[in-house]
Write a protein that binds this ligand. Structure first.
Ligand code: NAP
Length: 702
């Protein structure tokens, strides 16, 4: 099978320069790869001229919707990917992590983007910053899409997940991309990419694919482009040294080698749940994906007094591992990606063996199941033991990217911390302990050197996702040797493809730029009560001011009796006076909220369907009996949810009779769209047995 590149909106097949990619399991040629003849300059130009503008035309939510549609599209068509993956040496479980994991990552990015980002072309970072006394000048950080191309260079180990994990934030950020999968597993990435093209979801120019070398692509990059790289540290350093990347300050996101550690706590002796969990996890990490995971536990630390027990337990479990053709029933560990990779692992084990003894496995002998495995890249799991880890160097530096780990004893927590940090920056460390103080000390000691820390104990044992499973909302990346920072994961993964800019100006201008009303910006008096206006007809800045309501002592007492809240500040005049905050008895904050709702809620069935909650509530000034409450309601932001309704964020301000602000918060409501108001009204009325009766009659009250 000759893999093609997808360039300038078309599939391109090279004429020469092909490299054979062989099955990791039986050595037969499964694909041929070449990008000879690809016009890389044209590809970059096409992405910048066609793909970028098309993506930037869409809102962040539109782009997130495309990612969700892609996730659904791939979910229905994923089975052939798994079949292909067997030839990379992956077992069924490994495929699940790569393919299902990749699709889940798409879902997660899409949903987080819709929930956490505005339905606009720019994203906001942080609140408005007042910059003047009079409130006429303020600042805000906005994030806009970079106007170049993202070059995604992926490692061989997760051809699907690795590609989708980068594709989602790039597209949501509005940046077109060129994917370059690792040659050894490019046929899996190619099959997934073919399906992405077939889906027809993305605008022209937003996605391109290079099967084979990137040619001179990286020499052509500008300051608006970026590289998102996953692979070895040596390749990463080589690429970062390319003059165009250095001189144009091209963003370079690197996810590279990582000498991750797992630490068994001093409390977790043999027989404890944490001991068993540790042993299980070390073995799982060694065998999953044949140890070719960036998160694999390369250094397993245990108290010196029980290191022999750990060694025995790990070896015992490894004895049960069945190695062979992943298509064979019962196989629990597959092959390395290639014979070349096996040579590299053997060489690195030889290197490690200068500082550590091999205590399990033989890099040159392995028993396999399956008929045709003789030419496959199989290797036994290898456990080394380094008894003086602080005196050693390479056990903390050399990554044997296969089923290889080194056991290391430690004497005391401070030493465990020092050993873990000798990795000089890792993606992940895990701590297995049920001792709160030990965990606290270890986490504080190692956090600066790690992107993620997993703490495992008996309480979370059943639901924890494991040392090697970064979940999409969390950081995937690490400091120092691991690449340099919290690169992927969560909404920050999207921000990486955007430029953060501070915009300063009047509150009204900031509101125009950000699409979000902020205090001090112009208010537009609402012609109608805003609760009568359907979602789509509401405008940002539309304002409604209520009449007043006096708060009496009787209100406070009745509220206290009704709720049981008899806090001294509401019920005891002398005590309230004596406090540093009050001059006498004050109204309950919750009473103010309830009375405010009473002032602005319209009881008739209308567009407002439900109260979704409050954000950023502050009680700023006490309210005393005799004070009069008024409310200002401003449409601050709108987020579409479904065709039938959207979410409205209202800025709610409570004033007293002197126009002083006594409380402030954001109210969230779900509001029906014009088209659906009559439908929903009818449904609610039918359910309630009439406009005022039945149990569901008050559905639109907040
Ligand atoms: P690699 O040899 O460094 O290759 C990584 C990618 O770089 C491949 O796509 C490769 O393409 C490409 N590449 C190599 N030279 C290039 C050049 N001159 N210009 C442009 N692209 C170039 O790494 P690998 O063997 O695929 O993956 C294993 C390594 O990745 C391990 O060290 C592992 O720790 C690391 N990794 C890290 C993470 C993480 O998140 N930190 C995740 C997964 C893997 P070709 O295949 O065509 O050479």
């Amino acid at each position: 099978m000759k893999l093609r590149s997808y360039i300038c909106g078309d599939w391109f097949e090279a004429k020469d320069g092909f490299v054979d990619v062989r099955s990791a399991v039986d050595g037969r040629a499964v694909a041929q790869v070449s990008s000879s003849g690809v016009d890389f300059g044209a590809a970059l130009e096409y992405a910048r001229r066609v793909g970028g503008p098309a993506l930037r035309e869409l809102t962040l939510h539109d782009r997130a919707d495309m990612i969700k549609r892609l996730a659904l599209h791939l979910s229905d068509r994923k089975h052939p990917f798994c079949e292909l993956s067997y030839d990379t040496g992956a077992t069924q479980k490994d495929c699940f992590f790569d393919i299902d994991g990749g699709i889940l990552t798409l879902f997660s990015f899409a949903s987080k983007a819709r929930c956490e980002l505005p339905n606009a072309r720019i994203a906001l970072d942080g609140p408005i910053e007042p910059l003047s006394r009079g409130g006429t000048f303020a600042g805000r950080h906005i994030l806009t899409s970079l106007q170049g191309v993202a070059i995604h260079i992926n490692a061989f180990n997760f051809p699907c997940w690795g590609m989708l994990e980068k594709l989602a934030p790039s597209i949501i950020a509005g940046v077109p991309l060129v994917v370059k999968p690792a040659t050894q597993s490019a046929y899996v990435a190619h099959a997934v990419f073919e399906e992405i093209v077939r889906s027809g979801i993305f605008p022209a120019g937003s996605l391109q694919f290079v099967a084979g070398s990137l040619g001179d692509t990286l020499e052509r990059l500008t300051g608006q482009d970026l590289v998102s790289f996953t692979g070895s540290r040596s390749t990463s350093l080589q690429l970062q040294a390319i003059p165009a990347i250095r001189e144009n300050a091209v963003r370079f996101i690197a996810e590279q080698d990582s000498l991750n550690a797992a630490i068994l706590g001093p409390d977790a002796g043999p027989g404890s749940p944490e001991f068993d969990l540790f042993v299980k996890e070390v073995v799982r990490e060694l065998t999953a994906k044949t140890g070719q995971r960036c998160t694999c536990i390369r250094r397993a630390l245990a108290p010196r007094a029980i290191i022999d027990d750990v060694q025995r337990a790990v070896s015992g479990r490894l004895g049960e591992v069945v190695i062979g053709d992943p298509r064979e029933e019962g196989v629990t560990m597959g092959a390395l990606i290639s014979l070349g990779q096996r040579e590299e692992v053997r060489a690195n084990v030889a290197h490690l063996a200068k500082e550590a003894a091999i205590v399990y496995g033989d890099p040159f002998h392995v028993r396999t199941v399956g008929g045709n495995t003789g030419n496959g890249a199989f290797i036994s799991p290898i456990v080394l033991r380094c008894d003086a880890p602080l005196a050693a160097k390479d056990v903390h530096r050399v990554e044997a990217f296969g089923p290889v780990t080194t056991l290391m004893p430690y004497d005391g927590i401070a030493q465990a911390v020092a050993i873990a940090n000798r990795g000089e920056g890792s993606l992940v460390a895990s701590v297995f302990s049920y001792d709160a103080n030990a965990v606290d000390e270890i986490v504080r000691g190692i956090a600066a050197f790690h992107g993620r820390i997993l703490v495992v104990d008996r309480d979370c044992a059943k639901e924890q996702t494991g040392h090697g499973s970064p979940l999409a909302p969390l950081v995937h990346g690490g400091p120092g040797r691991a690449g340099g920072g919290e690169e992927m994961g969560g909404i920050r993964g999207v921000f990486h493809y955007m430029q953060r800019t501070a915009v300063q100006g009047s509150p009204s201008r900031l509101a125009t730029v950000t699409g979000q009303w902020n205090p001090g910006a112009a208010e537009t008096p609402s012609a109608r009560h805003p609760f009568e206006v359907p979602y789509d007809a509401l405008t940002i800045g539309e304002t409604f001011r209520t009449g007043g309501r006096e708060i009496t002592l009787e209100d406070i007492e009745r509220f206290a009796a009704l709720t049981g809240d008899e806090f001294y500040a509401h019920m005891n005049e002398a005590a309230a006076k004596a406090s540093p905050f009050f001059e006498g008895r004050v109204a309950h904050g919750y009473l103010l909220l309830a009375f405010a709702a009473g002032l602005f809620v319209k009881p008739e069935l209308g567009p407002v369907l439900a109260n979704y909650g409050l954000d950023d509530l502050r009680f700023l000034k006490p309210v005393y009996p005799g004070d009069t409450l008024r409310v200002r309601l401003v449409v601050k932001e709108k987020r579409p949810r479904k065709p039938e309704y959207g979410e409205v964020r209202w800025s709610v301000t409570l004033f007293n009779q002197n126009d002083a602000v006594v409380a402030q918060y954001d109210l969230l409501t779900m509001n029906a769209t014009t088209e659906h108001v009559p439908v929903l009204r009818e449904a609610i009325q039918a359910g309630s047995g009439g406009p005022r009766g039945g149990t569901r009659g008050g559905a639109q009250r907040s």
